[in-house]
Ligand binder design. Sequence first.
Ligand SMILES: Nc1ncnc2c1ncn2[C@@H]1O[C@H](COP(=O)(O)OP(=O)(O)OP(=O)(O)O)[C@@H](O)[C@H]1O
Length: 413
Amino acid sequence: MGYKTIRQTLAMESRTIPPTQAAQQEYDERLRGWSTYRSGLVLDGHEMFAVLFAQLGRDMDKVRELETRVETLWDNLPPIACRAYLMDLIGAEVQSTNTIEGVHTTRKEIAEALQAASTDTGHTRLSEFVKLFLGLSDTGAEGLDLPSSLEDIRRIYDQVMDGELDAKDVPDGQMFRKGTIAVWDESTGRKLHDGAWPETRIQVQLTQWLSLAHDQDVPPLVRAAMCHYAFEHIHPFYDGNGRTGRFLFALQLSKHLSTPTAISISTVIADHKTQYYKAFDDAQHPLNCSDVSLFCHRMTRFVAEAQENIITQLTEKQSLLAAAQASLLAYGRQEGMSDLQQGVLFFLIQEELFDRVPMPVTRRILREALHIGERRIVSALDALVEAGLLQTHGAKPIRYSLSETGRARFLDV
Ligand SMILES: Nc1ncnc2c1ncn2[C@@H]1O[C@H](COP(=O)(O)OP(=O)(O)OP(=O)(O)O)[C@@H](O)[C@H]1O
């Protein structure tokens, strides 16, 4: 039999006492249980807790096993492919976390944000948010730490919501919101939840949240899921709680799992939005007394699904890359291409295969990646453009990508 919520357990038994009293008894028992992780965070009168029930334990193990496979695939990728895939995942993640909230973004906006953030050139819509995700990866300018203070949480929020906030939604309290806020079901108009209020309570609960986020005694997946639930329960802002909460979840995961896994969760949640909302709703039922075990299980399964997606994608892309490399070698030999020309083509093939919205690259990026000077790269690029294998984009700086002919020659294999 699977794990049952307190409410489900009560429904299965005939008790003579009122349901709230019976729920309280069951809560007291579960809180004292051997497999219970307590949070130290009191929500709606009950300390949030999670029971490490059998299936949750098995699925946490599954995440560990899948992670080994993700890491092997990731470690075996050439650095250029790694970077292109990372950009791809970040682009998809930012777009998905916005989509979950009905915030429209175009692929072009995301591509511009990625370009600006990764090359540190200028500021565009979402470029600050993209920078946060880059901070989770090894290639980020600086690794991002877990927040340690209320100010840290506010700083992350400001970066997530940079340029996205209506004037009426700017935090008007000391650090968070002064007024009230509710979560609504858009389709039915039903109120789902009232966020914490007043601001002093938000601050107290977020301070407890910070302790939980750093509590090494709670297993990382359970801890990240509990923190996600609690952050959304508190709902410290007027807008952007979903996006900030999911970013914090990714940040917590990134401390224990690989970067690709950590930055792939919103993409999965976007595909299962109903289950995601239902997991909050179920845990919030007053008779469930802040038992978030099933919420943690749901989030753990989202993580496993994200890992399975990565494994499928990387396995397929790696074999495409091997085929493209073989066809490049054969073609290079036949046409008497220089090693440098083949190096440029191999760079752009990786960009094309590992990023669904490939970024045309500048001469500077190619020079740095291939460790050569300007004159040699110009002559190699000119020859490849002349041969019809590359196309150019814009000027100052001019950028290069595979042309249709180049794509057909090396990628349609
Ligand atoms: N019953 C619930 N109680 C608390 N939080 C919930 C509940 N259901 C969903 N959520 C969380 O709240 C988010 C949506 O809440 P809301 O529409 O208020 O978001 P928001 O503050 O506008 O933030 P964003 O614009 O990033 O969504 C969801 O993405 C989810 O993370």
